[in-house]
Write a protein that binds this ligand. Sequence first.
Ligand code: ADP
Ligand code: MG
Length: 314
Amino acid sequence: MKMKDKIVVALGGNALGNSPEEQRALVKDTAKPIVDLIEAGHEVILAHGNGPQVGMINLAMSTAANTPAGTPEMPFPECGAMSQGYIGFHLQNAIREELLNRNMNIPVATVITQVIVDKNDSAFVNPTKPIGAFYSKEESDKMVSEKGYVMIEDSGRGYRRVVASPQPVDVAEKETVSALVEQGHVVITVGGGGIPVYREGNKLIGIPAVIDKDFASEKIAEILDADYLIILTAVEQVAINFGKPDEKWLSKMNLEDTEKYIAEGHFAPGSMLPKVQAALKFAKSKPGRKALITSLEKAKEGIEGSTGTLVVLD
Ligand code: ADP
Ligand code: MG
């Protein structure tokens, strides 16, 4: 590995917690491995998930809208924007402090990021991603007829709204992100996979959907011509036969292995599968690009090559 890499780091849900207090405490620990990478001379761009956070905001807004106070109904893309601000605030605050503690004077900022999707993405025909609160059958039927939502029964726990999970096509603020990165700033972008929008002439129109943060991180890594995509999650390595007696943790997967393991169903859809798919897509996108999947705690050792699962072409 050359001395200085451009690295997109994608943070999983375990880096953030479920309440403002938890999140503020957790991002202090999250900031350390991130600043380790910056201290080692790498250019770091941060992406993150937002599942629990956008769920919390959405639930709070829809609950408040049903009280006598009658706050306005908050559309889902707006809830996503709020989650980017809320998470970005804590991340930029904690990373700034960690940098200053190490006498590094590097600016940190969050860019509210819109990610463009294709309105004709087949994902919109079959929405799969449950969001927000649980409702009774009666409430659910009302939401279908009054708001046109798609509702599903979610594993015996009640009815829930489902939205599509389309693929990211482009990042609307890519020039801004790129300019900041070139100036040496640490940028937090595509939070929660980005706010999904579609193009209509000069307009970008918000659409209720959830873009997978692993795919959005891969997209911005390609756009920024990054060398490395690092996906930080709850496990130190990727396994085959995960959770079975013959479970095997992998330190490296090449193109052939990765495609074979995907086809054999070793990676759970919605959790490890999108990470492996995103890692492979990035490795395939240009010679020399590589991806690493490891845990937040092991980020430093991972990039030094002593742990994690490296995904490369050969
Ligand atoms: P994140 O919040 O970081 O996106 P997820 O929970 O979506 O994390 O995905 C990571 C989880 O995927 C791991 O904690 C692990 O339980 C699960 N997982 C599923 N299949 C595998 C596998 N083959 N190898 C390792 N972990 C796996
Ligand atoms: Mg996930």
